[in-house]
Design a protein around this ligand. Sequence first.
Ligand code: HEM
Length: 149
Amino acid sequence: MTYDLLRGLHILAVIAWMAGLLYLPRLFAYHTQAQAGSEMDATFQTMERKLYRIIMNPAMAAAWIFGGALIWFDGTTRGWGFLGQPWMIAKLSGVVFLTYWHHFLGRARKSFAEGRNTRSNRFWRMTNELPFLAAIVMVLAVTTEFGNR
Ligand code: HEM
């Protein structure tokens, strides 16, 4: 019961985190087209700040907390061997990448806020799908548990 509740909360946190990871670069792509110091620039800055601070930071923390609780639950009931299995290594590699990307986007948000963004519209459109590619690997890793003998 507790485990099932944790799984549900983990998935909800992940949904909110992914929404932000996919939407923030989309805002950046449009933001590159706004004149620095314009009203449009200020509007994008506000949208980006609120999305990052109110949605993405708490969602990432919740995904980590509930994911960490699942690891603890699995480890103490089934043993810790699953942490070395290929599917879990793939899953955790995705977690490391998404956490890195989250902070990379956070630094980019600050650059936009200080009017010193140098990355292009094309860069933000090209990299926009990276979190989703990571999510495909991570979700299929946990649903198939490939390499689990
Ligand atoms: C933030 C750090 C995260 C940690 C520490 C973590 C850890 C875990 C653990 C230990 C499980 C249980 C695996 C099992 O034994 O079945 C799990 C389940 C799952 N995770 Fe994560 N995870 C994290 C983030 C994510 C992300 C970013 C995604 C999706 C993009 C994701 C998607 C899932 C899914 C779909 C499940 C299956 C839930 C179920 O059992 O029905 N997780 N996670």
